[in-house]
Ligand binder design. Structure first.
Ligand code: NAI
Ligand code: AKG
Length: 390
């Protein structure tokens, strides 16, 4: 039986991917082979000896100690793009909420509930509606910082709304570049993007290099009256700098789904709970993708969409047994493991070896099931981190 410990609310369609006869799944599972989670912070949570993999049903992995887990041979997955559409749609809502006085005007209408004469409603509304006039998005410039799964979708949506789009992403992957509309103008640096954008939307991961990317210095370059949207992470924006820029009349509005006490009850701040990915569709997409990736890893050793190990996937050769092992990415390890197999007269049918930064992963299909002694001998090879026979 494989054991999967869940954290957070995981969509049932994802949990259904674990066949009941082969998996125990629940929030109180002891000795888990895998964790399946959303925003649960794993820093500070004891790592069970049994843990082989972690699947983050979502994009951001700042809640997982990715490098530390890699050193222990624990494969960390995420679900790239699976919730991007949900975030894109909330960004659009954020832009509309900031450009039209939707919330204030709704509150005004609600305040008319105790009018004595129903006939007074229409003239009152017509008289006072001018207080709630706004601006259109069409023709305005949106600056997108981070042009990955979400950023590229936000760009497409903004172009469809008649906006001009500029983007900044100095580490854009080739795949992401292919996805991007050629109508997005590339900015050489963040300052240039901030200087020309009426709306700025942040879509970068929370890593050391993006911490307080929006700060006093960068906000000094922002176009006067611009709206800043942060549906990425709290750490990317220095809230104190935002408050100062709003007070100075430079930044026009701040919209985010990362509320902090200092951001509440401010007329130019729209703060929501962390609901960027909270749609039925996105929760299902993420849960199904995360669960499929876990099953394929636990049962076949295949790794797709990991953030610490290389992508590696090999069809099973019929009638064979499979050995999978991770190791430090140094020379000679695979050779020594193959020597162990040769010494034990275990014949290799097919194999694959991939590396990524300091880590490597190997899949070896062998003719006869290797005994525990063979697995132990492989585990004893210097720089081998973890071995499984599946
Ligand atoms: N509010 C919410 O509920 C959600 C928030 N997120 C957040 O959004 C982030 C982005 O998500 P995706 O677009 O799916 O990820 P992604 O990995 O597809 O895109 C991130 C992009 O940021 C770029 N980037 C990295 N460092 C940069 C820098 N210093 N300057 C400019 N660009 C940089 C990368 O090259 C990449 O193209 C996630 O890491 C997560 O923190 C994601 C999903 C839901
Ligand atoms: O699971 C969630 O609701 C959070 C999604 C998120 O922030 C992410 O995918 O990075």
């Amino acid at each position: 039986m494989y054991k999967v410990r869940t954290y957070n609310k995981i969509a049932l369609s994802g949990l259904d991917r674990f066949p009941r006869q082969a998996y125990e799944v629940g929030s109180d599972i002891a000795h888990p082979d895998a964790f399946l989670l959303r925003s649960q912070k794993l820093q500070g949570i004891e790592v069970p000896q049994s843990l082989l993999a972690v699947a983050r049903a979502g994009a951001g992995v700042n809640n997982v100690p990715v490098a530390e887990y890699g050193k222990l041979g624990i494969v960390v997955f995420n679900t790239p793009g699976a919730n991007a559409n949900a975030v894109k749609e909330l960004v659009m809502a954020g832009m509309l909420l900031s450009s039209r006085a939707i919330v204030d005007s709704m509150n005004f209408v609600q305040s008319l509930g105790d009018l004595k004469d129903p006939a007074e409603m229409s003239p009152r509304v017509e008289k006072e509606k001018s207080r709630f006039a706004g601006n259109e998005l069409k023709g305005k410039t949106l600056g997108i910082v981070g042009l990955g799964a979400i950023g590229s979708m936000v760009a497409e949506m903004a172009l469809a709304m008649g906006m001009k789009v500029v983007g900044f992403d100095p580490v854009l992957s080739i795949d992401a570049a292919w996805r991007l509309s050629n109508e997005v103008s590339r900015m050489e640096n963040l300052q240039s993007l901030l200087a020309r954008s009426d709306y700025v939307s942040m879509h970068v991961p929370a890593v050391d290099g993006t911490r307080h990317m929006i700060n006093n210095d960068t906000l000094a370059a922002i176009k006067s009256g611009a709206v800043l949207l942060n549906f990425a992470r709290e750490t990317i924006v220095d809230s104190a700098a935002v408050l100062q820029s709003l007070a100075a009349g430079r930044l026009g509005k701040y919209v985010c789904d990362f509320p902090e006490p200092c951001l509440l009850a401010h007329p130019q701040i729209i703060a929501m709970p962390h609901i960027g990915a909270s749609t039925e569709e996105s929760e299902e997409n993420c849960a199904v993708m995360a669960a499929n990736q876990l099953v394929d890893y636990l049962e076949n050793g295949n790794i797709v969409n990991s953030v610490n190990f290389p992508t590696i996937s090999m069809e099973r050769s019929p009638g064979t047994s499979r050995i999978v092992f991770s190791n430090d990415n140094v020379s000679g390890v695979l050779g020594q493991v193959l020597s162990v197999l040769a010494e034990n007269k275990v014949n290799v049918v097919d194999m694959m070896n991939k590396s990524r930064a300091e880590l490597a992963f190997n899949i070896v299909d062998v003719e006869t099931p290797p005994g525990d002694d063979v697995a132990r001998a492989i585990g004893a090879v210097e720089h081998v981190i973890r071995v499984r026979v599946i």
